[in-house]
Design a protein around this ligand. Structure first.
Ligand SMILES: *Cc1c(COP(=O)(O)O)cnc(C)c1O
Ligand code: SF4
Length: 470
């Protein structure tokens, strides 16, 4: 058995209320602390003692990547919004007034990139099944109701709308039974990806209620759990009261003949360094699960090739599998974190060139957009025109996969909806079918792209963005 002699730690969240009391923050000075209190009224903020003691390098704040990952920063809001908010907090305005402004700012931050609800929530007996998304034929995403929070929050998280008390925007379902009925009726689904928030904030016995019925469904070959707990709270696998029960649950999944994958969100190699994380990784592996790792590229956090190469190497070294590198998507404080696709591609390629084939299981950079997971494969020059070579890793229509397509090279574009078809094509090959799908879903179909090239002026139809699971 694994050496699990890790000093247990009792989980307790550090939230907005605690900011003023954190000794480590004093070095920042009054003004920054005030700013942080203001920011955390809008953006979800939660850390815990493990993140504070073991991950953040307090000698290097505010630049430390793990600090940037967890503590809200000034540049994350529009300057005018930020100023108004700070004014309110400074003069100790009534909480209701601060909340009203915060809510107004949030609503303008695209908390639910469109298309997610309308296009992906499947139906069972004519009724929508909340908490379920079925976009790619083989896989359903399931968002268990009690798993829509996390041990700590990432400042760049696009799921942030689920954490800040906007219940009407929640995708949540306590209905494991409906999940099972759905997959039984859809034998084409071979994989269930349980995601959140972080499903591992649930107690093992709650999680088991979702997982165990799936073990009896023959067509389900794999169960995946999207989690950030290896980084934010490794004690979940090691010393928490029901950590051993979790390992037993994992073993039962394996004994039932299902592949079990922990889809671990790892955004910085330092998250893999502390001993609790290492012991957690070993225990999960000993219980028979494969750990696959994925993360978005984030400015201020991991926007250089060396960080990614080191992370992938370390993952392989620890027996984990590098899986996806994502492009950050269009919600929340995107402006603060986003990078041009051209730069993200450079980071990917430079990192990829440095690692052995064992780490080249990673694919990316990938955009989870409305039509599918779109890979930026590289750049090329075709008949004198510089282009991005794109392709689908997953498509709303499986036939789209394996069919390269081209967009005009644009060094500033940050997302698929800012790209324009290359080589004189009027639109991308999948757009007519996408419009049809949107019509069927009762959405207003996007107009043709004939008004190009004014996409930056907002005249081009925006391809709606799409949720990515972790
Ligand atoms: C990424 C994703 C999946 C899983 O895709 P894999 O390529 O199998 O990892 C499933 N559903 C949605 C909506 C996704 O975005
Ligand atoms: S990125 Fe994942 S772990 Fe981080 S806050 Fe969002 S849902 Fe939670």
């Amino acid at each position: 058995m694994t050496d699990t002699r890790i000093e247990p730690r009792r989980y307790s969240a550090v939230t907005r209320r605690d900011l003023a009391r954190l000794p480590q923050l004093r070095a920042l000075g009054e003004e920054r602390l005030l700013a942080m209190r203001a920011l955390s009224a809008v953006l979800p903020f939660r850390v815990n003692s493990y993140v504070i003691d073991e991950l953040i390098d307090w000698d290097n704040i505010p630049d430390d990547p793990l600090f940037q990952l967890t503590f809200p920063q000034e540049g994350m809001l529009d300057p005018e919004d930020f100023r108004r908010l700070v004014d309110l907090v400074r003069k100790d305005a009534p909480a209701a007034e601060i909340q009203a402004l915060a809510r107004d700012i949030r609503l303008r931050m695209n908390p639910h990139p469109a298309g997610q609800r309308e296009l992906n929530v499947p139906r069972l007996d004519g009724e929508p099944v909340p908490g379920l998304q079925h976009k790619y034929r083989e896989t359903v995403l399931f968002f268990p109701g009690p798993g829509q929070t996390c041990h700590a929050y990432c400042t760049y998280c696009f799921r942030w709308a689920q954490f800040v008390g906007m219940d009407e925007l929640k995708f949540a379902s306590r209905e494991a039974e409906r999940l099972v009925r759905y997959v039984e009726r859809h034998p084409e689904v071979s994989s269930v990806l349980i995601t959140g928030g972080d499903p591992l904030v649930m107690k093992t016995r709650v999680l088991a209620r979702y997982i165990e019925p799936l073990l009896r469904v023959e067509s389900i070959r794999s169960i995946r759990i999207g989690t950030r707990a290896l980084a934010w709270w490794p004690y979940r696998f090691v010393t928490d009261d029901d950590a051993d029960d979790l390992m037993r649950l994992f073993e039962r999944v394996r004994r039932a003949g299902k592949h079990l994958a922990l889809m671990a969100h790892v955004s910085h190699p330092r998250e893999l360094q502390p001993r609790p994380a290492r012991v957690a990784i070993r225990r999960v592996q000993e219980a028979g699960a494969v750990i696959r790792c994925q993360a978005p590229v984030i400015r201020h956090v991991n926007d250089d090739p060396a960080t990614w190469a080191e992370m992938w190497r370390e993952e392989v070294h620890l027996g984990m599998v590098p899986y996806y590198m994502f492009v950050e998507r269009d919600t929340g404080p995107k402006r603060y974190f986003e990078l041009p696709l051209a730069r993200v591609l450079e980071i990917f390629q430079e990192a990829y060139r440095q690692v052995s084939g064992l780490a080249r299981t990673v694919r990316g950079p990938s955009m989870s957009a409305t039509p599918g997971k779109v890979l930026v494969q590289g750049t090329a020059r075709i008949r004198g025109e510089k282009v991005f070579v794109l392709g689908f890793l997953q498509g709303r229509n499986p036939e789209w996969v394996g069919r390269p397509f081209f967009a005009r090279y644009d060094e500033r574009a940050t997302w698929l909806d800012e790209l324009v078809p290359a080589l004189g094509e009027p639109e991308f090959f999948f757009e007519p079918e996408m419009r049809r799908l949107e019509l069927v879903a009762g959405l207003r179909p996007a107009p043709l792209r004939e008004t190009a090239p004014a996409h930056r002026a907002g005249r081009l139809p925006r391809l709606r963005q799409q949720g990515r699971p972790r």
